[in-house]
Design a protein around this ligand. Structure first.
Ligand SMILES: Cc1cc2nc3c(=O)[nH]c(=O)nc-3n(C[C@H](O)[C@H](O)[C@H](O)COP(=O)(O)OP(=O)(O)OC[C@H]3O[C@@H](n4cnc5c(N)ncnc54)[C@H](O)[C@@H]3O)c2cc1C
Length: 387
């Protein structure tokens, strides 16, 4: 198996690999073909405690760092699985850990850590505002001991396989705040109570087998005690969680990247055309070698982001750059892999086309490549803000 990082975090890698081995390619292929949700796989990961890596030990989690958490995500993707089905459970609770009240933490975190409750969803994106998050239109208006929510979200992942969702909504009208980023708040929504009582979901069929939906809020009532942190500071709280999210997604792409490189390398050694293995041709070797180099480089940036994050140091630039490099590297590796499988790359049974579709998402979500470039231009290089 390729990759220098294979020697780090060996215990975690071996344990996650052993669990993933119980879910062979046929399992993921079948779930993909049926457009199903990998319930058994996600349950097994949760029961084994892997998805609670970032929950502090006092709340029943493993209390591990981002580096270890990222290795878990990487190994899932490297095994041929797709962390997209469950990665929300890994990082969404970070918002609760950092900004939740002691009562909220006691109420939710132990049940999330044990796998009894799923906090897989975060509702931020809206159809009319998109990347311009602070222009979002969904409102939460305080009425007595409740907030009443109205509006719409789009692309909200795993919402039909989650018990809880973190919701970002505007609590103070745009006209009454000094800065657009003010007046937004986050809430914990108990989906089991919300569906059918002011919240409706409409699943979006999409290129990947990724459960995601449009959400419609029509006077949904949320108990006021479900507000996380202070009213009006929600956007900052969401931003606090993004570095972890980006680094974890980078790790998933790195897992994909190694999967593609290993898969195509093995195939290029075996497939004989014109009387020799196709991998003997430089035209085949070079794109594979190039992909490997890029995945390795992305891997270093991922661990640098983890190192800074785990030391409590600023890591916005590194987390964004890791996500950028990793998503690009896994996509290049995916292209080489499908190309050198020839026609067989398109056959479901090789899993290449499935992984190819899955890894493509990460240049758009959860943050698009252009927005990362804009971040680096503005915050690292000091160029004028472009939007
Ligand atoms: C499968 C899937 C799952 C998702 N899951 C979730 C989820 O769970 N929760 C959630 O809240 N969201 C989720 N999203 C939404 C995702 O985060 C957004 O799709 C993404 O951030 C891009 O926003 P948009 O689709 O509105 O694109 P837009 O904002 O409309 O942008 C379209 C394109 O224009 C580019 N662009 C826009 N403005 C600029 C600019 N100023 N400079 C240069 N380029 C620009 C963007 O980079 C992008 O490529 C998901 C999306 C997908 C596809």
């Amino acid at each position: 198996m390729t990759g220098r990082a294979s020697d780090d975090y060996r215990e975690i890698r071996e344990a996650v690999r052993a669990l993933c081995a119980e879910f062979p390619p046929e399992y993921h292929r079948k779930v993909d073909a049926e457009r199903g949700y990998p319930e058994a796989f996600v349950d097994a990961l949760a029961r084994a405690g892997w998805l609670a890596a970032l929950i502090p030990e006092e709340y029943g989690g493993a209390g591990l760092g981002l580096a270890e958490a990222s290795v878990i995500m990487e190994e899932i993707n490297r095994s041929g699985g797709n962390s997209g089905a469950c990665h929300g459970q890994m990082y969404n609770m970070g918002t609760l850990v950092r900004h939740g009240s002691p009562e909220q933490k006691r109420r939710y975190l132990p049940a999330i850590a044990s796998g009894e409750l799923r906090l897989q969803s975060m509702g931020v994106t809206e159809p009319t505002s998109g990347t311009d998050t602070t222009s979002l239109k969904t409102t939460a208006v305080r009425r007595g001991d409740r907030y009443v929510v109205n509006g719409q979200k789009v692309w909200i992942s795993r919402v039909l396989h989650s018990d809880l969702m973190i919701l970002l909504a505007r609590t103070t009208p745009l006209a009454e705040v000094a800065k657009k980023s003010e007046g937004l708040s986050i809430f914990i929504v108990d989906l089991r109570e919300a569906f059918g009582r002011g919240l409706e979901a409409r699943p979006i069929a999409n290129m990947v087998n990724h459960e995601t939906a449009e959400l419609f809020f029509d006077d949904l009532e949320i108990p006021a005690e479900n507000l996380i942190g202070e009213e009006g500071k929600g956007f900052r709280y969401i931003l606090d969680g993004l570095n972890a999210e980006r680094t974890l997604i980078a790790a998933e792409c790195i897992g994909d990247g190694y999967w593609f490189v290993d898969k195509v390398t093995a195939y290029a050694k075996e497939r004989v055309v014109f009387g020799r293995p196709i991998g003997q041709n430089q035209g085949v070797q070079f794109p594979i070698a190039e992909s490997y180099i890029e995945v390795e480089a992305a891997n270093l940036m991922r661990f640098e982001a983890c190192r800074l994050f785990d030391a409590g140091l600023p890591c916005g630039a590194q987390a964004n750059m890791a996500k950028y490099l990793a998503a690009k590297a896994s996509w290049e590796a995916a292209n080489a892999c499908i190309q050198f499988h020839g026609g067989f790359g398109f056959a479901h049974e090789y899993d290449v086309e499935r992984k190819f579709r899955e890894t493509r998402l990460y240049q758009v979500a959860p943050i698009s490549t252009n927005l990362i470039l804009a971040y680096v231009a503005e915050h690292v290089l000091g160029l004028p803000r472009s939007f």
